[in-house]
Write a protein that binds this ligand. Sequence first.
Ligand code: NAP
Length: 312
Amino acid sequence: MRLKRQARFRLSYPRQVCPQMTDEAGFLVVGGDSLVGGGVTAALRRRGHSFFTTTRRHSNLTVGRTFLDFESTEPFKAPDGVGYAFVIAAATNYDRCETDPMARVINVELIPRTVASLLEQGLFVTFISTNSVFGGERPWPGEDDAHAPQIAYAQQKSDGELAVRAAAERLGATDRLNIVRLTKIMNGAVSPLPAWFDAWRRGEPVQPFSDLIFAPISVRFVGEALVTIGERRVSGNLHLSGAENVDYVTFAHALARRAGVDAALISPSSAAEKGIHIAFKPRYSGLGMTRTTQLTGIEPQKLDDLIADLGD
Ligand SMILES: NC(=O)c1ccc[n+]([C@@H]2O[C@H](COP(=O)([O-])OP(=O)(O)OC[C@H]3O[C@@H](n4cnc5c(N)ncnc54)[C@H](OP(=O)(O)O)[C@@H]3O)[C@@H](O)[C@H]2O)c1
């Protein structure tokens, strides 16, 4: 079976960076090699902004790519000319957050320490957080709603938010800080999509889970939206979310329709049926975006728009 042309998704995302020279204060992307960081650097490049990224890997250092390891005792100085930092890097692996005490130290102490240092250096800072801080039992939590984290990763991100907000208050810099929570980020390389595309190319069915809910947004959407927030320097709590809570069966059907794949190649299953333990299994995943839309004009991403972006 051949997929229609638009179904031949590219399975990698461009990651290389090149600082571009303009007159404005530049941006710093802390964690340029992350999934979200790749979306932000691509959007910055598309809009002609000057930017630097950071990496903790000495072998990856190049012009425009500067060293930052949260675990290093060396103080980090933002490159000259930078006025805005996106702090994206984090200890993101759920299992590691459950089992490795260092993950909590990184997320709750070392990242907030870096945020405080960037604020002290006069930068405007975006700290990236997650929908999981709300626990997933309430639909469409608002930007200033109370947290109810259920897993270690979510608890650490929630505590990290508290720590960065406390640092901003101590420094009198709350007008130079925003906390942006994201729902699940997708591109064509994010699991389970590569396996689904491979199966469909072989004419074999995929088995999406009906009991796994998410409100996905694309790497492109999150990159463009974060750069809009950075350009407008909006402070406070903000959300970036898909417009719908969907299960993976619904998602697979929407994807198959777009790719011209026969719906018979979708064989619904469930994590419960397969006996698979999933650490974070929210009833609701989407985030309320009322404040964000009012202040930035950014709307929740529709499912069809996310799917159209997966080829990027
Ligand atoms: N992906 C999602 O669906 C999603 C959803 C909601 C929120 N978020 C949030 O979005 C942010 C980015 O997530 P992501 O999925 O894009 O991340 P990711 O692809 O897992 O990448 C994490 C990045 O953090 C870096 N990092 C880890 N420990 C570090 C340390 N000690 N010092 C410096 N850098 C370190 C890693 O560096 P190496 O490359 O060197 O390993 C990597 O580049 C996180 O704050 C996450 O909580 C993500």
